[in-house]
Design a protein. Structure first.
Length: 177
């Protein structure tokens, strides 16, 4: 239960170092986008890579070669999906959600809060995290595609806006083409 044999420990050490080094190399080759948190699929890949590393380390009947192939497959699929999403609006719409406006100019948008299953308390927590004492200081709060909140203190109605493409904003239609 606490100790099986020395070979098991040696295997875990050797395979662990090799798997870790190979994973780092694959991640460096694949680029920064592989471990980004831009959408739910990115998170799934990151978790799957960690799970695969743990499996390779602790499961004796999974070889290092099996693990490296799994790493490469996950990274390739992530790369392919990101590549397709960048080139096809249909694929992009299928795999990516869009940001959602939850609070705008001092008002909670209750329909959006309900649809996204977010409470007013969570919005207030996001404001406190940003050091904002009063909702009156906030122009908008957006639920981003990665599940984080963006708090905008000042929003300008003229010219370009960072709210372009955010569902529920008046700027949404300017990018929906």
């Amino acid at each position: 239960m606490f100790f099986d044999n020395w070979m098991s420990l040696v295997r875990t050490g050797v395979v662990g170092v090799c798997a870790y080094v190979l994973l780092v190399l694959l991640l460096r080759v694949s680029g920064k986008r592989t471990l980004s948190k831009l959408n739910a699929f990115d998170l799934v890949v990151t978790v799957a890579l960690g799970s695969t590393l743990a499996t390779v380390l602790l499961t004796k009947n999974v070889t290092l070669a099996d693990g490296v192939l799994a790493f490469a497959l996950l990274i390739f699929l992530q790369w392919a999906l990101a590549w397709l999403s960048a080139r096809s609006s249909t694929v992009s719409r299928m795999v990516k959600d869009e940001p959602r406006l939850l609070f705008h100019r001092g008002q909670f948008l209750h329909a959006a809060l309900k649809a996204e299953r977010v409470t007013e308390g969570e919005i207030l927590q996001a404001l406190r995290t940003q050091g904002i004492a009063s909702p009156d200081q906030v122009g908008a709060v957006v639920l981003e595609t990665d599940g984080s909140f963006s708090v905008l203190q000042n929003i300008d109605t003229g010219g370009a806006s960072s709210l372009a493409g955010v569902r529920g904003s008046e700027h949404e239609t300017s990018t929906a083409a």
